[in-house]
Design a protein around this ligand. Structure first.
Ligand code: NCN
Ligand code: DMD
Length: 359
């Protein structure tokens, strides 16, 4: 499978990969399913070496708490028992949503393109965080002039659009990155995320529906009805997670899934962001259990469905700061936590090296 040029589909993309030697390229949705069935695992020898090293470091065993598990997990994926994070990448994918016609957001859809301009000019929150933590940041606007279809009436994306968005995400990952943050921007996309969560995990539509950018109580009731309508309209595919992503998601959510899958094949660990990012990622896990083993939850957002989604995925968030911004901001804030975990694990002296008596 060789890559196709997507420049004609996403003319604003400036960071497409151009190499022909990328492993596991895909052309069809069957190829995507095959890539999901053939996932690399962490290296067991490296995991064992990292664990042995951790037990030898100048600290009481377990004293660095979760940092120790993060370091071992990261080393296992990188195949290096003394790995460090030196090349993090933040990618923001943007898409527009037909479902905004139903009045489900506090902001108008033109804000998506305006915020893309803001990301490109360096003025958004995530720009500051990426710069602060030494991350490369890329922005991919996905066909903003063609919003997805209103998912209460039709599949959000046809198969070609879905595949193109998955590919955009796949192609956006820098093979030289050693940690990935996938962020998004899309007015209306908390409604898409709620619809996906409701489809994957059931319950009442209202359980998964929150105020997003800040809609009022009347808007929230409309939004819950829209989420329920989405499940009714697509009742025939709710047990097919990739179809759930296509029919209820959006281009930026599909791109996030494509990027997370690519990162897995490159053995690049991923920090998940908020509710939208998690809903997109959850479609991979629902299709293939274990597909998110290379992912860690950067934070739990204030959107009420997020804490429920992370519990379903058995992922404990690193941060809980009441954020609900998206654009990768919560995950970007977790970059220095992962960097700190690896700095300790890979830089500390052992008891023997430091001449410290063990317990
Ligand atoms: O990441 C989150 O959990 C999150 C929660 C609420 C809102 N957002 C952001 O707000 C936008 C979607 O909100 P809305 O109300 O238009 O659906 C979108 O650009 C997201 O990045 C993000
Ligand atoms: C201004 C604004 C910035 C955002 N960043 C991510 N989602 C957003 C939504 C709005 C409305």
């Amino acid at each position: 499978m060789r890559r196709r040029c997507l420049e004609g589909i996403y003319p604003h993309d400036a960071h497409l990969q151009t190499g022909d030697d990328v492993p596991g390229e895909f052309e069809t949705l069957d190829d995507v399913a095959a890539l999901l069935q053939d996932l690399p695992a962490p290296d067991p020898a490296t995991l064992a070496a990292a664990e042995a090293r951790d037990l030898d470091l100048t600290k009481p065993p377990g004293a660095l708490g979760r940092l120790e598990q993060i370091a071992r997990w990261y080393c296992g994926w990188r195949g290096d028992p003394r790995a460090r994070v030196t090349a993090p990448q933040v990618i923001v994918f943007a898409g527009n949503h037909g479902v905004t016609a139903q009045g489900v957001s506090a902001f108008p859809p033109e804000v998506t393109a305006q915020m893309v301009a803001n990301f490109r000019a360096g003025g958004a929150a995530v720009n500051q965080l990426a710069e602060q933590f030494g991350a490369r940041m890329d922005v991919h606007a996905l066909d903003l002039d063609h919003p997805t279809a209103d998912f209460t009436e039709a599949p959000a994306m046809d198969r070609a659009a879905f595949l193109a968005a998955l590919r955009a995400g796949w192609d956006a990952v820098d093979p030289g990155a050693d940690l990935l943050v996938t962020g998004e921007m899309g007015i209306g996309n908390t409604t898409a995320a709620s619809a996906i969560a409701h489809a994957l995990w059931g319950g009442q539509a209202g359980d998964w529906t929150g105020t997003g950018t800040g809609i009022d109580a009347t808007g929230l009731a409309v939004k819950a009805r829209v989420v329920a309508d989405g499940a009714r309209c697509h009742a025939g595919i709710l047990d097919q997670p990739l179809e759930v992503l296509r029919c209820l998601g959006g281009r930026e959510l599909a791109a996030i899934a494509g990027a997370i899958l690519r990162a897995r094949h490159l053995r690049v660990p991923v920090i998940l962001d908020g509710f939208i990012c998690t809903a997109a990622a959850a479609c991979l896990e629902a299709h293939q259990p274990g597909a998110l083993d290379h992912c860690i939850a950067g934070h739990v957002s204030a959107e009420p469905g997020h804490v429920l989604a992370l519990a379903r995925l058995d992922k404990a968030p690193l941060l809980d700061l009441g954020m609900r911004l998206g654009e990768g901001s919560g995950a970007a804030l977790a970059i220095p936590i992962v960097q700190g975990a690896l700095a300790c694990h890979s830089g500390m002296a052992t008891f023997a090296e430091a001449g410290v008596t063990g317990g």
